[in-house]
Design a protein around this ligand. Sequence first.
Ligand SMILES: CNC(=O)c1cccc(C)c1Nc1nc(N2CCN(c3ccccc3Cl)CC2)nc(N2CSC[C@H]2C(=O)NC)n1
Ligand code: NI
Length: 183
Amino acid sequence: MITMKDIVREGHPSLRRQAKEVPLPIGEEEKKLLNDMLEFLKNSQDEEMAQKYQLRAGVGLAAPQLGIEKRLIAVHFEDTSGKLYSYGLVNPKIVSHSVEKSYLAGGEGCLSVDRPVEGFVVRHARITVKATDMDGKELKLRLKGYPAIVFQHEIDHLNGIMFYDHIDEKHPYKVPEGAIPIE
Ligand SMILES: CNC(=O)c1cccc(C)c1Nc1nc(N2CCN(c3ccccc3Cl)CC2)nc(N2CSC[C@H]2C(=O)NC)n1
Ligand code: NI
């Protein structure tokens, strides 16, 4: 099982590299990795497991955070309406996005960043993501709100981008006119 020792932290080169596309159909090894990543997220959100294995809670994880520079991500969370988002995705791509922006009112955290970073991370309010899931099915997801933020955070990891790259250092809480806060 994946634990915190498998997650690379700031300064590790994998976090600043461009991850490589994964040839389809994915192999058993990549399928197992996506399952292990999903299992980590579920464990990290379970009080007992998180306590037992000292896991930090997360709703998304990208393969470069394990030092594996492949375009693979896993997300596991429910949105405010209770809809479950639980995916192991291969080569996810944002194919279109809104002009409108949004941001998490609580700021963002990252399992590869062992320090709180102040400030709002301004992202696209709505995105359309195309990807292949771990069973080889082509997906097209239209996302807004919290799900849109999580997917952008994880896809950023595939391009060597950290959430704080989006924070304006001089005005960390400045947001563009009309940007939507997500509580
Ligand atoms: C510094 N301020 C903050 O962290 C922050 C502070 C307040 C509010 C928000 C909203 C913040 N922001 C933030 N909170 C989260 N969680 C909330 C708690 N939750 C969780 C915790 C326990 C059990 C189950 C679960 Cl579900 C896990 C997820 N996750 C992310 N991110 C950024 S997008 C990828 C995602 C990620 O998985 N990060 C590790 N940001
Ligand atoms: Ni992260």
